[in-house]
Design a protein around this ligand. Structure first.
Ligand code: SIN
Length: 284
């Protein structure tokens, strides 16, 4: 089976049609999907009616399940989390700051899969910023400032007990099963510029706002200035693809290549997606 790949025409993203991913896939089709994903960084599959079994089977074609540190899984599964918001929920929108998933881990997930089950008629787009392109177009001066620098990542701002999704957020009635803990206080370092482990393409890894909290060897005030300048560059419209959701659509993005963020605009409507992270392949 030959798949059809239609690029978004913007900074990244492509739609894949011509296949039914609720059915087992041949190694050749998986390779074609992987190639399209590595090229376009975000791939979407519209009109796919998938059970949770189908979702897990699809994910496992691309690697082992990742470790979802601060999410409780949905009932009966160990690796599917629900990204959800009720029509009358008033807590802040989940994940509406730029980030790359779980970058505070020693081995952050290569991919994230999100499947749209209940999609509001307006709003709720997911934005993706291409970090290879952002680096390629970066002015020499900024590139010099970040070259050879290492970012310090932590989940504390979000998932510590006193963080944005901490104890007081739960009390306000968030429906998502988020499980804050002291594990969020741990720190992990990654170079600000990393080579993609599969394509070798250099890109900027992570950003301030969610998980990057400092730069090794710099004072906090100096790091803040540099990371803020970097963030303004990384997330410019020229590097962004806006993903519009449909029900029964699956997307898979490459956390090593893009930043992403959720958006609002669907107040008064339910939104429900199932999410799986996929671990980095073992390269040792
Ligand atoms: C996420 O960051 O995993 C959620 C994205 C979204 O809700 O659009």
């Amino acid at each position: 089976m030959s798949i059809k790949v239609t690029p978004s025409g913007t900074a990244c993203g492509a739609e894949i049609t011509g296949l039914d991913i609720s059915q087992p896939l041949t190694p050749e089709t998986v390779r074609e999907i992987r190639d399209a994903w590595l090229t376009h960084h975000v791939v979407s599959f519209p009109d796919q009616k998938l059970s949770d079994d189908d979702l897990e089977r699809f994910a496992l074609y691309f690697g082992d399940f990742g470790e979802d540190t601060f999410f409780g899984p949905i009932a009966g599964r160990t690796h599917i989390a629900a990204i959800k918001r009720g029509a009358d929920e008033t807590t802040p929108i989940f994940a509406d700051v730029w980030h790359t998933d779980w970058s505070f881990q020693a081995h952050p997930p290569a991919a994230t899969i999100l499947y749209g089950i209940k999609i509001p008629p307006i709003g709720g787009d997911t934005l993706f910023a291409n970090q290879h392109l952002a680096l390629e177009k970066m002015p020499h001066g900024l590139r010099e400032k970040i070259a050879l620098r290492t970012g310090i990542h932590s989940a504390a701002l979000g998932y510590a007990k006193g963080g944005a999704y901490g104890d007081s957020d739960k009390e306000k009635g968030r429906s998502m099963d988020i499980r804050p803990s002291d594990k969020a206080l741990e720190q992990q370092s990654h170079p600000l510029i990393r080579q993609h482990p599969e394509t070798g393409r250099p890109g900027i890894f992570g950003t301030i706002g969610a998980y990057v909290i400092g730069v090794e060897g710099m004072r906090p005030d100096e790091s803040l200035v540099l990371l803020s300048e970097l963030s303004a560059w990384q997330t410019q419209d020229a590097f962004v693809y806006t993903h519009k959701w449909q029900e029964n659509m699956l997307i898979m993005w490459d956390n090593r290549s893009v930043l992403h963020k959720a958006t609002s605009g669907y107040e008064g409507y339910d939104r429900l997606l199932h999410r799986i992270t996929i671990a980095e392949r073992d390269t040792d």
